[in-house]
Design a protein around this ligand. Sequence first.
Ligand SMILES: Nc1ncnc2c1ncn2[C@@H]1O[C@H](COP(=O)(O)OP(=O)(O)OP(=O)(O)O)[C@@H](O)[C@H]1O
Ligand SMILES: [Mg+2]
Length: 269
Amino acid sequence: MTEAILQVEGLRKVFGAAVAVEDVSFSLAPGGSLAIVGESGSGKTTVANMIVGLERPTAGRVVACGRDRSRPPRSARERRERGHEVQIVFQDPYSSLDPRQSPAAAVDEVLRLHTRLGAPQRRRRVEELAELVGLDKRQLAALPSRLSGGQRQRVAIARALAAEPQVLILDESVAALDVSIQAQVLNVLADVREHTGVAYLFISHDLAVVRQVSDEVVVMQGGSIVERGPTSRVLDEPEHPYTRLLRASVPTLGWRPARRLTHFSTEAR
Ligand SMILES: Nc1ncnc2c1ncn2[C@@H]1O[C@H](COP(=O)(O)OP(=O)(O)OP(=O)(O)O)[C@@H](O)[C@H]1O
Ligand SMILES: [Mg+2]
């Protein structure tokens, strides 16, 4: 068996009196793709936040690339090193980019922080990453307000990849996109995995998307994992009643989570 690139053990998170995550354990192989599915509020983002260090676990352990990251980094250097291990792309392609910064500048900033490349090499690398995610020269120089949701999401992905992470967490990163753009971004992600060997932790409540991108699935309900296994087995022959329920409520084409509609209405139409 290969050594896991990411391993979480007995993760628990309590907010006040509420238990958001309870005893969550899973591991991700290098170059693998694991999905976390579950309804709104089931604890998916909280798990992701604990992995990247945005939330501290109440209990349990996160190990990435053989190193424990359950505690906050002790130095700027350790923080930077962790950025090499795990990067996250959030759900909202609007708020995650600096409106005053072109995609080229945003990606370059990450390269300056995470690599020792000189300016000409960085320029070349920016172009390579842009090509990898399917952004052209004009889009690279434009301000985010001039880009579509799909283009912005590709910028966010390029920026995350610039740190050359071993693991990329995608938290509902395609949920807000139009179906055709969503398909484009999913293709990009599949290409990137093939070319770089990055592993994905893919959070989604869209089972059709999960089927397309993930080798394995864990199903969360109320903070706990209720079922896990290879994607086709879990989705085609679900054992747990909750997974069957999720499957029965599979979103149809064009479906979007209601609470996000207002947020994205300008782009979604
Ligand atoms: N900072 C916080 N303070 C208090 N409660 C929180 C906090 N973050 C999350 N929660 C609670 O933890 C539970 C899990 O939330 P989480 O955001 O992880 O769910 P999710 O599965 O990502 O949902 P969604 O699909 O809507 O994104 C929810 O009940 C939520 O209200
Ligand atoms: Mg979430």
